[in-house]
Design a protein around this ligand. Structure first.
Ligand SMILES: Nc1ncnc2c1ncn2[C@@H]1O[C@H](COP(=O)(O)OP(=O)(O)OP(=O)(O)O)[C@@H](O)[C@H]1O
Ligand SMILES: [Mg+2]
Length: 332
């Protein structure tokens, strides 16, 4: 059956179950939004969250790496580990997308193409050759054939773009994100990277609609943990028009992930507080808020971060680091 354009007809978006879960998920997300603003330096939180997201999202695509390798890629020039590099590219794509929508105030086909280009580090863009089919990975049988010609794909993307930027359709943005994700994956506009691009698109949409201020809510861990269900529900929608279960699945993911992210913020804050106390007590001469924050900016720190954050010379930064190492081995 041909993919329907948005907004879908004959879909009840206001069933009792959906409305109940919508209330719960909206509340959890609103709590996260408020709580996120209590972290003194937003970059700390975004960096911590996006590195995990990049790792989890890439793992769905079987790009598996370790935190250690990721930090090495970030801090040691010349360090090579392909999977970790992919993860870092994914994180760069999140940042670029975030900056782009902050600047333009909308998401369009070009935004999506740009994000995918960074993830895949090529500029192949939208599929031009026919032949893409979604297959069952076990049996090899074709489950679904997305639109084939570039012209058709662009038509669907334009329709998606209009749906994304339409604020007067009276559909709750959280419900819209569920539909956007289904539609985007079904258009499957690229040869590869559709899953990862789609997952970034979700968060950008939430930011655009001010449901969250910065890109810190990601469903990849949840999807990874409930992957069979994720794939099964695509087919449920396609074969049985079962949007209810699909929407409930995504909304539940938003609820669970919001709560987990709140816990992560709590952990970061506790850790920062405990460092601060020890630091102030043992090294009062060099303590500063900037130095403390620079230690949390990335999970690893290095002289150049300290130089920049504290506006000191390399020599001074290096001496700070040596003194800090003496009081505590940094193992955030
Ligand atoms: N039956 C389906 N209908 C529509 N979309 C689907 C279906 N099954 C899977 N998908 C989507 O296709 C994505 C995989 O596509 P692709 O390989 O292009 O993306 P990726 O980013 O490289 O991979 P991954 O999502 O595994 O990380 C899945 O993440 C899912 O979102
Ligand atoms: Mg792929």
């Amino acid at each position: 059956m041909e993919l329907e354009m948005l907004p879908y007809k004959n879909v009840d978006l206001k069933t009792k179950k959906i409305l109940e879960q919508l209330t719960i998920s909206s509340r959890a997300l609103a709590e996260l939004k408020g709580y996120a603003n209590t972290i003194p330096n937003m970059h700390i939180l975004i960096n911590a969250v996006t590195i995990n997201e990049a790792k989890d999202s890439s793992a769905i695509e079987n790009i598996v790496t370790t935190h250690d390798d990721i930090y090495k890629i970030l801090t040691e020039s010349g360090y090579k580990e392909e999977n970790a590099k992919e993860v870092v590219d994914y994180r760069n794509a999140i940042w670029s997308g975030f900056e782009l929508i902050k600047k333009t105030g909308y998401i369009n086909t070009n935004t999506i193409i740009k994000i995918q280009g960074i993830i895949e580090h090529n500029n192949a863009g939208i599929r031009k050759l026919p032949g893409t089919e979604l297959k069952n990975s076990l049996t090899g049988e074709t489950i679904y054939t997305p639109p084939q010609s570039e012209q058709e794909i662009r038509k669907y993307l334009k329709n998606l773009e209009d749906f994304i930027n339409n604020n007067t359709d009276n559909i709750d943005p959280l419900i819209k994100v569920c539909l956007i994700h289904y539609q985007f994956e079904s258009i499957h506009p690229f040869y590869d990277g559709n899953g990862r691009t789609g997952r970034i698109l979700n968060i950008l949409y939430l930011v655009l609609n001010e449901l969250i201020d910065s890109p810190i809510l990601y469903l990849s861990k949840y999807i990874n943990e409930n992957k069979q269900e994720y794939y099964r529900l695509f087919n449920e929608v396609r074969n049985n028009n079962n949007f209810e279960d699909w929407i409930l699945y995504i909304l539940k993911g938003i609820e669970i992930t919001s709560k987990e992210t709140i816990k992560l913020i709590e952990n970061i804050q506790n850790e920062m507080r405990s460092y601060k106390d020890e630091f102030k007590m043992k090294l009062p001469k060099i303590y500063s808020k900037e130095l403390l924050e620079s230690l949390f900016y990335e999970v690893y720190t290095k002289i150049s971060y300290i130089e920049k954050a504290c506006k000191v010379t390399r020599l001074t930064a290096s001496s700070y680091l040596t003194q800090l190492e003496k009081i505590r081995a940094f193992r955030i």
